[in-house]
Structures are given as structure tokens and as C-alpha cells.
Design a protein around this ligand. Sequence first.
Ligand code: AHR
Length: 352
Amino acid sequence: MKKIICSALLVSCMVFAMTACGSKKAAKTGGDAKSGNITVGFSQVGAESDWRTANSTSMKETFSEKNGYTLIFDDAQQKQENQIKAIRNFIQQEVDYIVLAPVTETGWDTVLKEAKDAGIPVIIVDRMVKVSDDSLYTAWVGSNFELEGKKAAAWLKAYLDKTGRGDEEINIVDIQGTIGASAQIGRTKGLEDACKENKNWNLLAKETGEFTQSKGQEVMESLLKKHKDDIDVVYCENDNEAFGAIDAITAAGKTVGTGKDDILVMSFDSTKTGLTDVKDGKIILDTECNPLHGPRVEEIIKALENGETPEKQQYVDEEIFAAVKDVESVNADGKDYDVTVVDDKVIKGRAY
Ligand code: AHR
């Protein structure tokens, strides 16, 4: 009788444990089977920008022990080979989920196939991957980078028209992001398409600033030497490049702003520091790219844990911030977007 009661108790305990943790984890031998936490391996691009730091913080805060996760965070230092290595390590460690913020779009087929064969769902975040088979990843959440570029170009057009410069020859230089990254591809395309449409816009140069302040400064220094007094607009593909470009412009004895001889600085990200430069009139337009992806990725993981199918691709809503009030809204892809003029309240309310 004693034996029967003991076995019944043992079976109930096992059933309870399996229900509480989900049968998948009860059967797991690797990952963090001991704590019962959900293990997430996150391959982050690097720490090249303020945006990236905010993105890493969002992921770390969301996938914390207190929230029931064990996060394995890997900083790839902007190198795809490091990301591939990290993913292989995650597979070996039998993590429950792999989250990848890819440095560039291509080159992922083999390693994502390895993750798929190991039965580990892969969630892509921020930039996109271009793979031959979409089933190699489970879901993606990030920005519509081409739309960001279109919004920025639409604002420039409206601003020049409004300020009586619509027919002037406008010389533009593009400090691009990391070549091959979705953020670079989309933002560059937005500008290039606008230059084709506006015959008086001359794209004097495009060169990568690798999304960093130091490279942004270096590129701007060389562009100023090459194009002397000809540059009207510098289109920086993120805030850190804009900070570097502004330093280079002022060091060369030139000015940024909206005056006749000033260089107009455009940027992307809308970090707190970026928006402070907008408020101070150094950056004329900052098109938002939202880095707070932690909760969004968690929603996808929760859906998967509940046996649901998350949306395959989700775009994040993003705003536009300007230093001046000449343009109230812009139209891109048939939709109107309000432009917010930056003041102290906007900066105070900024989370990153
Ligand atoms: O992919 C998003 C881009 O990457 C952000 O604009 C930039 O700051 C980051 O490094």
C-alpha cells in the first residue's frame, strides 16, 4: 500500500513539473534545464552606436533571470563570422531560442539551416536576413528602413520648397551605414530614388561611415577636402555618424544649421543625444529608428511557448523629428506622417 501511494505521489509530481515548465523543457537536457528558465542566445551586432547600446539594454532588461530567462549575450564586434560562431555555440548549448540581430542581410543560409535542423526557433531582430528559404527563421521584428529613407527625403523636398530653395541645385553627400546592412540598403535607396526624381539634387558622394562616430568624422573630413564649399546637405545614416560629421564640419571652420551658408545635417535613430542636437539646430531632421525590441521579441517567444504562430514579419511604428516647424507632415508610400518639432519636453520623454 505504502509503495502504491509513493508511486502515485511521484507520478503527480512529474505531471506537475511537466505542466509548470512546459513539456518541451521537461524533456530538455541542455540549455538551462536545471533552473527551468527559458534560455535565449542573442547574437548582437556590436556596440557601434548609441542606438545599439539602447537595443542591447532593452534585450538584457527583458530577458533577465527575474523574468524567467537565461540570456546568453554575444557581442559580435560587427563581424558576421563572429555571429556565425555564436549561433553554432548556441546550438551546442541547446538554447530554447536563438535571437539574431544580423550585421548584413546575406550569408546566413548554412548556419540558420543548422539551427533549424537542431529544432531551435530563430527570431531575427532589427535588420533583415535574405535567405533562400523563409522557413529558416521563425519571425522577424524591426524597422522599415526604406520607408525611413523615403520619409527623410520627402521632408527635405518639402523643406526646400517651403524655404524657396525648391529649384536650387542641391549638393548632397551620403555617409552610409555598414554596407549590406538593411539599415544602409533601405536608407541609401530612399535617398537615391529621391535624387532620381529631383533633377536638381546632385548626389556628390556616398561612402560608408560604418554607423560609428569616428568613421563618420573621418569620412566627412575627406568629403570636405574633396568638395570644398559645395556641400549643401549631409545625409548621415545614423546619429553617431552625424555627431562625427558635425565635429568634422566645425573643425573645418564651417557651420551646421539652416542658414544660407550652413550645411544641413540629416540623421536617423532619434536617440536622446541625437534629439538634443536637433533641439540645438545642429541636426535639422532625425528620422526615428526604434531600438526597444526586447519586449517585442519576448511577445514572439511567449506566443511560441503558448503554441501560437507569431506574425512572420512585424514592422515597428516610427516618428520624424525636426529642428524647425516649416514642414508639418510628409507623405511616404501614400501615408501621411506628422513631424514633431523637438523641444525640452520631447527630449525629457525620450527613453534612450
Ligand atoms: O540597424 C539599425 C541601425 O544600426 C541604427 O540606425 C544604427 O545606429 C545601428 O548601429
